[in-house]
Design a protein around this ligand. Structure first.
Ligand code: NAD
Ligand code: TDX
Length: 331
């Protein structure tokens, strides 16, 4: 297959391109705008006869149209992805997540191309900390932030284009990813690189908020499974039973890096901070036979810490700017 991967120079998109090259014969064209979050170096080392790169905006129909016409399937990762940025300046989230997705949908509709839309569990809002429930494909949409509301909007556009125009699309909603190539603005890489730089990790509020962690490579294998075996028009939730509160994760990072597990600061909480996300991925596991491979979060985190230790050249150019942005907000 010839895959068009949008956002393939970002965190999860680049992990997916590496996964596809290692595990399939597919050819990949990456379409990425290279915003602050995109990094061409995340695709270094991949074979030129398997992976092509085009710099461009998914909201630009003139760029999108010929690339979609040449593809057998589009896997759509490109997005503005950071909640804290969406609280500061929501506009790019509307432009990319809503208008960008609309532009891609119109192109796949014109050319009859298969579409897989990457989304997030945040479209479902949050759960109480003491609620035993987890999100399923039936959970009503209830997004909290400008980021998650634009992702919810993009999911609904995909559903409408399936129903109204017969577009051959699937959707997946995944929980929090960790692994290599994640931008230092995000929770886990921020704390790892803080410790490397001798800065104390920063925990929002009390740190009781729970996230359901999955390794990015498990997300990639799930997306490939849905692309190959998923039923058109269906939504699949992706998760690996990795619920942890933020305080536990910070303490684990400090311990794995040989520091005092209490050597972190509590900082100003995020506005509207979602309490807990948790995914029930029974449908994907039973209907499509997918299983995560990275069962041990602590082992996966240790490998991720090593990656950041060995790739300071990859993350260092972004670090000071990100910390200055957080410092202005008391975070
Ligand atoms: P990221 O911010 O690391 O990467 C986003 C990529 O999209 C970057 O390379 C950026 O340059 C590119 N991009 C942004 N705007 C663009 C535009 N207008 N045109 C073309 N390219 C553009 O994000 P990520 O964490 O890798 O997330 C990827 C996708 O996965 C997003 O759709 C996100 O909603 C979803 N998701 C993320 C997580 C997570 O834990 N990070 C979990 C579930 C779902
Ligand atoms: O310095 C920090 N300290 C802190 O306590 C940062 C950056 C975050 N946090 C908290 C906020 C969250 O409870 O850690 C948790 C994780 O934060 P993020 O890495 O910003 O992720 P989150 O807001 O949960 O969203 C992520 O998962 C779902 C991705 O960024 C989204 O793109 C995805 O949709």
């Amino acid at each position: 297959m010839r895959l068009l991967v949008t956002g393939g120079a970002g965190f999860i998109g680049s992990n997916f391109v590496h996964h596809v090259v290692a595990h399939t014969d597919h050819h990949v064209t990456v379409l990425d705008k290279l915003t602050y979050a995109g990094n061409r170096a995340s695709l270094d080392g991949l074979p030129g006869d398997r992976v092509a790169f085009v710099q461009g905006d998914i909201a630009d129909a003139a760029i999108v149209d010929p690339l979609v016409a040449d593809a057998d399937a589009v896997v759509h990762y490109a997005a503005e992805s950071h909640n804290d940025n969406s609280l500061h300046d929501p506009r790019p989230f509307l432009d990319t997540n809503v208008i960008g997705t609309y532009t891609l949908l119109e192109a796949v509709r014109r050319h009859g191309v298969r579409f897989h839309h990457i989304s997030t569990d945040e479209v479902y809002g949050d759960l109480e900390l003491d609620d035993p429930a987890r999100f399923t494909e039936q959970t009503p949409y209830n997004p909290s932030s400008p980021y998650s509301s634009t992702k919810a909007g993009s999911d609904l556009l995909v559903r409408a284009w399936v129903r109204s125009f017969g577009v051959a699309a699937t959707i997946s909603n995944c929980s929090n990813n960790y692994g290599p190539y994640q931008h230092v603005e995000k929770f886990i890489p921020r704390q790892i690189t803080n410790v490397i730089r001798g800065i104390r990790p920063k925990l929002y509020g009390a740190g009781a908020n729970v996230r359901d962690w999955i390794h990015a490579d498990d997300h990639s294998s799930a997306v490939l499974t849905i692309l190959e075996k998923g039923r058109i028009g269906e939504t699949y939730l992706i998760g690996a039973d990795g619920e942890k509160d933020n305080k536990t994760v910070v303490e684990l990072i400090l311990t794995l890096m040989g520091q005092d597990p209490g050597a972190y600061d509590h900082v100003t909480d995020r506005a509207g901070h979602d309490l807990r996300y948790a995914i029930d991925s029974t449908k994907l596991r039973t209907e499509l036979g997918w299983m995560p491979q990275y069962g041990d979060f602590e082992a996966g985190l240790a490998v991720t810490i090593d990656w950041y230790r060995q790739h300071e050249d990859w993350w260092a150019p972004s670090k000071d700017g990100v910390e200055a942005f957080y410092a202005e907000k008391g975070q």
